[in-house]
Design a protein. Structure first.
Length: 174
C-alpha cells in the first residue's frame, strides 16, 4: 500500500508560500487573518494533493490538519472552535482524517525541544505560555469530544514507546 507523507501548512507550492508567510517572525498577523491563511493553504493542499492521492487509493499521512487550526486559532487565539471549524470545513471540502494521533507533551518541555533544534523561533514559537496552554487545552477538548478518531499518545515517553503507541493506535485501520 502506498503512503504519501505531507505537511501543513505546505505540501504544495502555493501552500508552502503561505507557510513562509504565517511563520515569519517579522510580521504581525491578526488571529482571523492567520486562520484564513492556514485555511487557504489547506484548501490548496486538499485539492492539489490529498484528493488525487486518495483517489488513487493511497494513504495520506499529514503532520497537521484541521484539528491544529481548531486548537491553535480556535482555542489558542480564542477565536472559538465553531468559527474556525466553519472556515476549515469549507477549506477542506469536509474532508476528515480517519485517525488523528495527538502527541501530548507539557508545553514547557515542548518549547525546550523546539529551542534545542538551534533554529530561530518562528512567529508562533514566540508566543507566551498562556497561548500554548490554551492550545493544549483545545487539543484535549477535541480528543475528549471525538475519542474514536483522536488517540492521545504521551510524547514524553521514550521514542520507541511513542512509536509503538502510534502503531497500536492505527492497528484497527491497517
Amino acid at each position: 500500500m502506498a503512503v504519501s507523507l505531507l505537511h501543513e501548512p505546505g505540501g504544495v507550492r502555493v501552500a508552502q508560500r503561505r507557510r513562509a508567510l504565517v511563520k515569519d517572525p517579522e510580521l504581525g498577523i491578526t488571529g482571523r487573518a492567520e486562520t484564513l491563511l492556514y485555511a487557504a493553504a489547506r484548501a490548496q493542499l486538499v485539492e492539489e494533493a490529498i484528493v488525487p492521492l486518495l483517489a488513487r487509493g493511497e494513504w495520506v499521512l499529514l503532520d497537521r490538519f484541521v484539528d491544529s487550526s481548531l486548537a491553535y486559532q480556535g482555542a489558542g487565539r480564542q477565536l472559538g472552535l465553531e468559527a474556525v471549524r466553519s472556515v476549515n470545513e469549507f477549506a477542506s471540502g469536509g474532508l476528515r482524517p480517519d485517525r488523528t494521533l495527538l502527541l501530548t507533551l507539557d508545553p514547557e518541555l515542548a518549547r525546550g525541544r523546539s529551542r534545542s533544534r538551534g533554529e530561530p523561533e518562528d512567529r508562533l514559537e514566540r508566543e507566551e505560555r498562556e497561548f500554548f496552554d490554551r492550545t493544549a487545552e483545545g487539543y484535549l477538548e477535541l480528543a475528549r469530544s471525538d475519542p474514536d478518531r483522536i488517540r492521545r499518545i504521551d510524547a514524553g515517553r521514550p521514542e520507541a514507546e511513542v512509536l509503538d503507541a502510534a502503531w497500536a493506535a492505527l492497528a484497527d485501520l491497517l
